[in-house]
Write a protein that binds this ligand. Structure first.
Ligand SMILES: [Zn+2]
Length: 241
């Protein structure tokens, strides 16, 4: 007989932890996108107290994992030179850096991502031009998506913004009805951006990530698990793109 997994929440050391009880033998702890939440899969016979103890003993590990996210940012990055691979909307492009007079100009065509910058622009300047371009792309996508989902979900987004974030794909300030999206989503297949937006908008109806939240996601975006898996296949922590 197959019994459905049961989901609940625990607060441990100021961290919201999603608990999934199922027919397994060992505890499995993970930190997941889009917003770095902590999830534990646990055997059914382990009660909340025992779980709390197990989690407290692993708080160091959780903190270490979160520090790793941040340190990944400080690792040497791409040189931003011609020939490098860079991602846009889930596709890999080969970078072509060209010098020209005028403000930075970037476009994707065929298999190439053309980056035009002023002569002498250093690596930092080229990185900034790319990041600005990624952010603008997400900014351009949002109004259409918000307009599409507000009537479907019966919520209204008061304000939104796009910025580069190190550990989360999106966030939602429920009281202010303000949503932030990570500009790095421009590198992912377009369905991922839509998934993160719908996820954050669903928080306007349900705060946590419990069963109520999941059934909302199932109703509005039945393919959300697939899209989440796509995001997870290249975690934010691994700057491999
Ligand atoms: Zn969330």
């Amino acid at each position: 007989m197959v019994v459905a997994a049961k989901t609940s929440q625990l607060q441990v050391g100021g961290i919201e932890v999603e608990i999934i009880r199922k027919d397994i033998k060992n505890l499995h702890l993970s930190v997941r996108p889009p917003d770095g939440r902590v999830r534990v899969s646990a055997p059914r016979n382990v009660d909340d107290e025992a779980l709390r103890l197990a989690l407290v003993s692993r708080l160091n590990w959780i903190n270490k994992k979160q520090r790793m996210f941040q340190e990944a940012e400080r690792q040497p990055e791409r040189e931003m030179v011609s020939g490098e691979s860079h991602y846009f909307r889930g596709r890999r492009y080969r970078l072509v850096v060209e010098e020209h007079d005028g403000s930075p100009c970037i476009s994707a065509g065929g298999e190439f991502l053309h980056v035009g910058v002023r002569p002498g622009t250093d690596r930092e300047g080229r990185v900034k031009a790319m990041n600005d371009w990624y952010r603008q792309h997400v900014k351009d996508e949002i109004p259409g998506l918000v307009g599409k989902w507000e009537p479907v979900m019966g919520v209204s987004v008061a304000d939104w913004g796009v910025k580069r974030m190190k550990t989360r794909w999106g966030s939602c300030n429920v009281r202010a009805r303000r949503i932030w999206l990570n500009s790095e989503l421009a590198k992912k297949p377009p369905g991922c951006l839509e998934y993160v937006l719908v996820h954050e908008m669903a928080h306007l109806l349900e705060r946590g990530h419990g069963d109520g939240f999941k059934s909302l996601m199932d109703r509005f975006l039945p393919s959300w698990r697939l899209r989440q898996a796509e995001l997870e296949s290249h975690p934010l922590s691994q700057e491999a793109w």
